[in-house]
Design a protein around this ligand. Structure first.
Ligand code: NAP
Length: 548
């Protein structure tokens, strides 16, 4: 059911509830009459209420319902994980068509709820999700398959080991409002394929998008496998209080640290995808037109409310004037409401306003844009030239449509400034000399580096999206993300049949001879010493295994 449809009434009898009194009579065993024996009272009594079915709603979920939601997810997860992987793949694969068929509805919801231009919403939160489903449904079987471990036949005769990637169980997924469809899906899809159930808590700022995501899965996965919990931080806290097996969190550093502490107290593994302060490093040989276009999009898409938004430009002096002129020209051409979004919340607008004011007080020059009247969410794209970097605009995450430009003397200086940030999500390098950029990339500490492009790789399901420092340690997308969604388990089978292992009791003189012969044979002696050790092993191993 989607958010626009009437909610299901949890109290109403579900159509599939078996009606015992009206159902077909069970076949009688031979010799037993089926005629009009009075029905026992238990059968005549009204049918028990059906189990409560999940409700896809935009209203906050009452906190007292969360224990039941978790119990339902836990029971559904067990059955879901038992299914052959092909069945899970077939179910989740249906999602692609749903996403594409509901493209306009998704984009319009995002436009109305978050202020994104419809085209931008479709490009960032519809089409990449179809790729996401394709990638994971194609790769899941191979990536989730067990792996045989090679064991040395001399040390471990008759043994074979396999690593299994088991589901974690019930995963809490807590997500922000800035990409409220794409961010949840990039975890839900692989998490479900791996056999987990997901309790999904979207931001209270984007409940319609949250309900829409949940509705995409209706009737393609069993009830309980994906549960939606609407509400604010208290709903997320209640989910953690009621016991989950892993947490995937995307959001701010401050909340992420609170969630990480809550997980540490419960020894629950967690993935943290947090904020960013991305830099773009522009070298003097860059392709001017492409670089300026890339910077303007990278800074202003989604009104800069993007963890990978360009929030610092370090440009080499020789090209700075030309680049700044081009960036200002392009920014002036952006059409409010057509190319650019409004800021989604007043809280966010206040942060952006404060950062700009502090930068200006520290000497920054506004080249285009500037703060709108108090209370307005229509913050124009703003380009500033910064000379004094000791201000919040250059240190903290702004998450708004401001592009600060700083002139540097060399690429090395730009690298140093980029690495000085406590954030480390993505960085871009703009130059015609790709080989040189590759060398510079190795000196950067950020998790993602793009050469002559910026930020879009979050949309590539095969590429790891990850950061360092205050950007968190989570990994989304790519096979690496499965480490957070699965638990490696090792199963060893021993068919050697020997009376004892080398390392079992008793510890005897033969064992002592044997272990030191092994040390020599494996490299602890020269050539002839090793040959001698091998002969000693041939004699002593059987005596140890079958004798003493
Ligand atoms: P946020 O305020 O930290 O909220 C993130 C989620 O945490 C929301 O669902 C929020 O619910 C919930 N939450 C609030 N208090 C909580 C608590 N005490 N315990 C558990 N959960 C709690 O972040 P935001 O403002 O929505 O999102 C913007 C931030 O996300 C930025 O810093 C951005 O860089 C980051 N981000 C990072 C990535 C990445 O991939 N690295 C991607 C996108 C965004 P409510 O909203 O209902 O309060």
């Amino acid at each position: 059911m989607d958010a626009a449809q009437p909610q299901e009434n949890p109290g109403a009898p579900a159509a599939e509830t078996p009606n015992v009194a009206a159902g077909p009579a069970p076949e009688a065993p031979p010799g037993v009459t089926t005629e009009a024996a009075p029905l026992p009272e238990a059968v005549l009594a009204p049918a028990p209420p059906p189990p409560e079915r999940p409700v896809i709603s935009t209203d906050p979920t009452p906190l007292e319902k969360i224990p039941d939601i978790l119990a339902r997810a836990r029971s559904a997860q067990r059955n879901w994980a038992e299914l052959p992987i092909r069945d899970r793949i077939d179910a989740v694969a249906k999602l692609k068509k749903r996403i594409l068929a509901r493209a306009e509805e998704i984009a319009t919801t995002l436009h109305e709820e978050c202020g994104k231009p419809v085209e931008e919403a479709a490009l960032s939160e519809v089409l990449p999700n179809a790729d996401l489903v394709d990638y994971w449904t194609l790769m899941a079987e191979e990536l989730l398959d067990s792996v045989t471990v090679e064991l040395d036949a001399l040390s471990y005769p008759g043994k074979i080991g396999r690593i299994h990637k088991d589901p974690r169980g019930v995963i809490a997924l807590i997500t922000p409002w800035n990409y409220p469809v794409a961010i949840p899906l990039r975890t839900i899809v692989p998490a479900l394929l791996a056999g987990n159930a997901v309790i999904f808590k979207p931001s209270e700022v984007s409940p319609r998008a949250g309900a829409l995501v949940a509705s995409l899965f209706k009737d393609i996965v069993p009830d309980g496998v994906l549960e939606l919990v609407q509400g604010d931080g208290s709903a997320a806290e209640a989910i953690l209080d009621n016991g989950v097996d892993a947490v995937v969190f995307t959001g701010s550093v401050a909340t992420g640290k609170r969630v990480a502490v809550a997980c540490a107290e419960r020894l629950v593994p967690c993935s943290m995808e947090l904020g960013g302060k991305d830099a773009a490093i522009v070298l003097s040989d860059c392709k001017l037109e492409r670089t300026a276009n890339g910077l303007v999009w990278g800074a202003f898409t989604n009104a800069g409310q993007n963890c990978a938004s360009i929030e610092r430009v370090y440009v080499e002096r020789p090209v700075a004037d030309k680049l700044i002129a081009k960036v200002v020209e392009l920014t002036n051409k952006l059409r409010a409401g057509v190319d650019t979004s409004r800021i989604t919340t007043q809280k966010q607008a206040a942060i952006v306003r404060r950062h700009l004011a502090e930068a200006v007080a520290a000497g920054a020059e506004i080249l285009v844009g500037g703060a709108p009247p108090e209370g307005s969410l229509d913050f124009p794209p703003t380009v500033v030239k910064v000379t004094n970097e000791d201000c919040s605009l250059m240190r903290e995450e702004t998450f708004g449509p401001i592009l600060p430009i700083v002139l540097v003397d060399s690429p090395e200086q730009a690298i140093e400034k980029t690495n000085a940030s406590r954030f480390g999500l993505t960085t871009s390098i703009w130059t015609k000399k790709v080989r040189r950029a590759r060398d510079l990339a190795r000196k950067l500490k950020t998790g993602v580096i793009t050469i002559n492009n910026h930020g879009f790789t979050a949309a590539l399901p095969a590429a790891p999206w990850t950061g360092t420092g205050d950007s968190g340690y989570g990994i989304t997308n790519s096979p690496h993300a499965l480490a957070e969604l699965t638990r490696a388990r090792f199963i060893l089978e021993d068919t050697s049949g020997a009376a004892r292992e080398l390392w079992w009791y008793p510890y005897t003189p033969i064992l002592r001879t044997l272990v030191f012969a092994m040390a020599r044979a494996r490299g602890g002696a020269g050539f002839f010493g090793r040959i001698a050790a091998f002969f000693r092993l041939i004699v002593t191993v059987p005596r140890r295994m079958f004798g003493g």
